[in-house]
Design a protein around this ligand. Structure first.
Ligand code: NAP
Ligand code: HSE
Length: 431
């Protein structure tokens, strides 16, 4: 065996470190499976003085990522630096040079995927991004290849490890949000800017990528209605529990009337749904397809080695293709589709109101809901006096009507504050 595929890595932080560790530890099996030795010949980082561990020789480290892309001793570029720039320009250059690229960069793919897929197609080389969605879970290949003969109707996912870890600990331990976020950062789950996680943007990027693959179209991150978990409180979690739900940050994509509805937000999810059992930094993607039925893909959604596993799998794939002068399956984006505005969503809602504790308040609130065609399924009071709150759960209602209701409630004198509004997803999810 004397064939060598030479890898140039852009970045060697959490994920890059996992990749280097796996390539070193599993080298013999990887060589046997690939039909060639995979060797890291160059690595670009910002700080060349940082210790990168025993898996990387100091001599391969540089601070110039373009030098790595253009180096003659690099056959495959592995982009694990993150961000849109310079990562996007580096990937384009690699593709132009005919070098296959493996990336974990969901932010870039969710914004510029269509252009990058086209560049890869034009160059006739692979662009692989399994690690960009749901860490270790194989989901890109199943969507692109295994389900290519089916008709995907809906994708629902827990797509962010950091927020699922935070919500799990808040639910199970009553833990404090800020303290748990710090733990998620220390464990390597969070993005360099964790607002991407807690604000729902990281999950929105992944949801856009999945929706594009599911429906053969182009969905970009900005098309995804996005709300994060920052304002989820202990009271919301307690109410959900009492009603038989858990709160999860969900990414939901479906087609309604030939338009794509795609949204990421915290939601009440029945405890009986398979996604409700997904705890900690684990992710899961629930796919409903016409012929296959319901599928669930489950596993670690973040972290060095889980994500490294997906990157190395892609590297082996593109290396095998390189050896055979072949290329893998490409994306089909043949169906241009409009995005369905969130106002047209129909689902149930949970609304928590800080109210005055006196007779007639419930009647005032009920009138406002009735005026906006929002019907109440359940209502009760929590607390007394200054801490009185009304908990409302609606029947199916239109999001636009619910929003108008909330605006109107803000103007009701006995309602001191609209404390929480969360969507309640039933087993079949809103449409
Ligand atoms: P990270 O720990 O911050 O690592 C980024 C690496 O890129 C570092 O080695 C950094 O150098 C290097 N870098 C950044 N900008 C650079 C520049 N302009 N020139 C040269 N080197 C540069 O990030 P990460 O968590 O590994 O994430 C990497 C990518 O994987 C991101 O796209 C992320 O969204 C994605 N991802 C992450 C996870 C996860 O669990 N962390 C899971 C799935 C996907 P220094 O080390 O010198 O700072
Ligand atoms: N920050 C991301 C998460 C990493 O928490 O899921 C995996 O993409």
């Amino acid at each position: 065996m004397d064939r060598v595929i030479r890898l140039g890595m852009l970045g060697c932080g959490t994920v890059g470190g996992g990749v280097a560790t796996i390539l070193a530890r599993e080298a013999d099996d990887i060589t046997a499976r690939t039909g060639a030795k995979l060797e890291i010949t160059r690595v670009a980082v910002r700080d060349p003085g940082k210790d990168r561990g025993p898996a990387l020789a100091d001599s391969v480290v540089t601070t110039d990522p373009m030098e790595v892309v253009e180096a003659e001793d690099v056959d495959v570029v592995v982009e694990v630096m993150g961000g849109r720039r310079p990562a996007g320009d580096l990937i384009r250059r690699a593709l132009e040079l005919g070098k296959p690229v493996v990336t974990a960069n969901k932010e870039l793919v969710a914004h510029e995927g269509a252009e990058l897929y086209a560049a890869a197609r034009a160059a006739g080389v692979d662009l692989a991004y399994e690690a960009a969605v749901a860490g270790a879970i194989p989901i890109i290949k199943p969507m692109k290849e295994s389900l290519a003969g089916d008709h995907v109707q809906r994708v629902v996912g827990i797509l962010n490890g950091t927020t699922n870890y935070i919500l799990t600990r808040m639910t199970e331990e009553g833990a404090d949000y800020d303290e748990v976020l710090g733990d998620a950062q220390a464990l390597g789950y969070a993005e360099s800017d964790p607002t991407a996680d807690v604000g729902g943007h990281d999950a929105a990027a992944k949801c856009a990528i999945l929706a594009s693959l599911a429906f053969d179209t182009t969905v970009r991150q900005e098309d995804v209605f996005t709300a994060g978990i920052e304002s989820v409180t202990a009271t919301d979690i307690r109410v959900a529990d009492r009603l038989g739900y858990v709160i999860k940050l969900l990414g939901i994509a479906s087609v309604v009337d030939d338009r794509v509805g795609v949204r990421v937000h915290p939601a009440f999810l029945p405890k009986t749904h398979p996604l409700a059992a997904v705890r900690g930094s684990y992710n899961a993607v629930f796919v409903q397809a016409r012929a296959a039925g319901e599928l669930m893909f489950y596993g670690p959604g973040a972290g060095a080695e889980p994500t490294g596993s997906a990157v190395v799998g892609d590297v082996i794939d593109v290396a095998r293709n390189l050896l055979q002068t072949a290329r893998g399956a490409t994306e089909s984006q043949h169906r241009p589709m409009e995005i369905r505005p969130i106002e047209e969503l129909t689902t149930q809602y949970y609304v928590l109101l800080d109210v005055e504790d006196r007779a007639g308040v419930l009647a005032q609130v009920a009138t406002v809901l009735g005026d906006h065609d929002v019907s109440i399924a359940q209502v009760w009071q929590e607390g007394r006096g200054d801490s009185a709150q009304l908990v409302l759960v609606t029947h199916q209602a239109r999001e636009g009507n619910l929003r108008a209701t909330v605006d109107a409630l803000d103007g009701v004198s006995s309602v001191r504050n609209v404390a929480s509004v969360l969507r309640v997803e039933s087993e079949v999810f809103g449409s």
